[in-house]
Structure formats: structure tokens, C-alpha cells
Design a binder for this molecule. Structure first.
Ligand code: PPE
Length: 312
């Protein structure tokens, strides 16, 4: 992976190679961590973090759901992130805040273990490939079902929960696909391993609702608003597996994946097999928003303060 110079850890900026933990870190054994994935773009108003506050808020909610008090407040983590990007001299990057139960106690009762916080930034290109973003990716419906809300918390972005995504990802990869689509225990469509899904049929955009076992994606929310602003009808409703095959167009959204078209599911071509008109229109407006090219969505950008060079 691409390394940066510094990582923020528990209030300090430490060199990349020194951001370490003990092997008896609680989160390493039991997955007791929560995290975020955020992106900073080199926009027309300088480097800026996309929907920063929404990500910080979700991080705190995820932590709360797992009874993890974060020893910093939201503003401290937001400022730490902005400073970290500046100090690493980055203009665009992926941002990974991680809150985890640290070293001190073992066993399943976690409340006596310390809560550690780290923020790392690095350069991360197109998650599902540069070609995937333009031509679309091939997906496979996973034999693994998405974690159900009666045993875990789909709306939390918690480390341990990702074992579910990882099983699906490995399965699809071994079968020769770029991404997996997970269904719930009734066979309804949930999401990709790290993306929310959108189905386009007869000009209408549908996406699984909040009550489906999905992560409430911040890019999902943005893509819904952008599509509506463009005049498309967007419906949040249950989606059956067969609708993936019958769709005219399919795409997914996520911080890492941004907006990526899906051109095939289970060896059925989606529509013409190429990204369709609706996908293209939403993707274009979405990319404009991310990169600060769109006045309308400027409020979604949190600019990274630029250090003023000393005048000599
Ligand atoms: N569902 C899941 C399960 C998920 O992990 C993500 C983000 C999304 C939906 C989309 O959420 P949002 O980024 O708020 O629009 N996945 C993150 C982790 C990727 C990784 O490999 O790590 C991400 O995109 O950063």
C-alpha cells in the first residue's frame, strides 16, 4: 500500500512505521472496533473532505452501539484529520479513522479495556478498478447472507462485522468476479461487500430501504439526492434477486468505490452490458460533487486548511 508520513494515534502524530499495537489488543481478537472510510479530494477550493461531519457522526454512533466511549470529541477528531492531511502534504487521500478496544484485558467482557483511536490517510485509487468505474464490474450473488439485525447491527460500521463481507468477497473473487452482492435471510437484496446498490428499471431508480440489513451509506444518501435533483424518481423499497437480472442498469456507491456501474450479475448482462444513461448522468453529477465542481453541493466539502508559507 501507499504509505504516508504520519499517522494520528491517541492524540499524537507518529511516524507511519511506529503506529503499532500490542498483540493482545482486544480488538485484534474479538473484532471490537468501529471505523470509517472517508475521502479527501483535490477540489477547486483546494483539498477538501467529502461529507466529513456525516462520517464523524456515524463513527460516534457505531462506537455507541458497541458501548465504546471515544476519549475525544467529534470536533477533536475532525480537526485531527484535517491536520493529518495537511501535515502529510496530501491533496487527495482515503481516510481511515479506527476506534478499537485496546490492550489491557482479555475475555469477552470488553468494558474494562481501553478505547484507542487512530486515524490513517493514504492514497487509494479506484477501489473496483479504473476500468470498473468506466465500463462497469461483474458481480455475483453470494451464497453468504448479509448479517442479520437479530444477531448483529448492520447499521454499525464495526470491524468484526466485516468477516461477513470478507467471506463474500473471497467467494466472488475465487469465482472470477469483481464484487459480491449479498441478500438477506429472506432472499431480498441488501448490498455489495462495501457498497450500496441501485437498480434502474423503466427510468425509475430503486434502492433497498433503511430497514434492509444495509449500512446507511453516506454516498447512498448523496447519490439519492443527486438523482432526485436531476429529476429522476428514486424509490427506497425491497428488491428481489431477479430484479438484478431484469434491471436496465445497476450501480453501486461507497466511499472507496465512489459510483461504480455493474455490467453483469451472475453472468446475465445488465441491460446492454454497458453503463446506461441514468447511471452515466448520476455518476457525472456525483463525480462533480466529490471534486467540488458543483456549486450546489459545495456544502458537502470540508476544506483542509492550507498552511500559509512564510513570506521572505
Ligand atoms: N456498505 C458497506 C458494507 C460498506 O462497508 C460501505 C463502505 C458502504 C455500504 C458504503 O458506505 P459509504 O462509504 O458511507 O457510502 N465501505 C467502506 C470500506 C471499504 C473497505 O474495503 O475498507 C468504504 O467504502 O470506505
Amino acid at each position: 500500500m501507499e504509505q504516508a508520513e504520519l499517522i494520528w494515534m491517541n492524540g499524537e502524530f507518529v511516524p507511519w512505521d511506529e503506529a503499532k499495537v500490542h498483540v493482545l489488543t482486544h480488538g485484534l481478537h474479538y473484532g471490537t472496533g468501529v471505523f470509517e472510510g472517508i475521502r479527501c479530494y483535490d477540489t477547486e477550493i483546494g483539498p477538501a473532505v467529502f461529507r466529513h461531519q456525516d462520517h464523524v457522526d456515524r463513527l460516534f454512533k457505531s462506537a455507541e452501539l458497541y458501548y465504546m466511549p471515544i476519549p475525544f470529541d467529534r470536533e477533536q477528531l475532525r480537526q485531527a484529520t484535517l491536520e493529518l492531511i495537511g501535515r502529510n502534504g496530501m491533496r487527495s487521500c482515503y481516510i481511515r479513522p479506527l476506534v478499537f478496544r485496546g490492550y489491557g484485558t482479555m475475555g469477552l467482557f470488553p468494558l474494562d479495556a481501553p478505547v484507542d483511536v487512530a486515524i490513517a490517510v493514504w492514497e487509494w485509487g479506484a477501489y473496483l478498478g479504473e476500468e470498473g468505474k468506466t465500463r462497469g464490474v461483474r458481480a455475483k450473488v453470494s451464497s453468504w447472507r448479509r448479517i442479520s439485525p437479530d444477531s448483529l447491527i448492520p447499521h454499525a460500521k464495526a470491524s468484526g462485522q466485516y468477516l461477513n463481507s470478507i467471506l463474500a468477497k473471497i467467494e466472488s473473487h475465487k469465482a472470477g468476479y469483481e464484487e459480491a452482492i449479498l441478500l438477506d435471510d429472506k432472499g431480498l437484496v441488501c448490498e455489495g461487500t462495501g457498497e450500496n446498490l441501485f437498480v434502474v428499471r423503466d427510468g425509475v431508480i430503486s434502492t433497498p430501504p433503511q430497514t434492509a440489513s444495509i449500512l446507511d451509506g453516506i454516498n447512498r444518501k448523496s447519490a439519492i439526492q443527486i438523482a432526485r435533483d436531476l429529476g429522476f424518481e428514486v424509490v427506497e423499497r425491497d428488491i428481489a434477486r431477479a430484479e438484478l437480472y431484469l434491471a436496465d442498469e445497476l450501480y453501486c456507491t461507497g466511499t472507496a468505490a465512489e459510483l461504480t456501474p455493474i455490467r453483469e450479475v451472475d453472468d446475465h448482462a445488465v441491460g446492454t452490458g454497458e453503463p446506461g444513461e441514468v447511471t452515466r448522468a448520476v455518476q457525472q453529477a456525483f463525480e462533480d460533487a466529490l471534486h467540488g465542481r458543483s456549486e450546489r453541493y459545495r456544502e458537502w466539502l470540508d476544506p483542509v486548511p492550507q498552511r500559509v508559507e512564510a513570506q521572505t
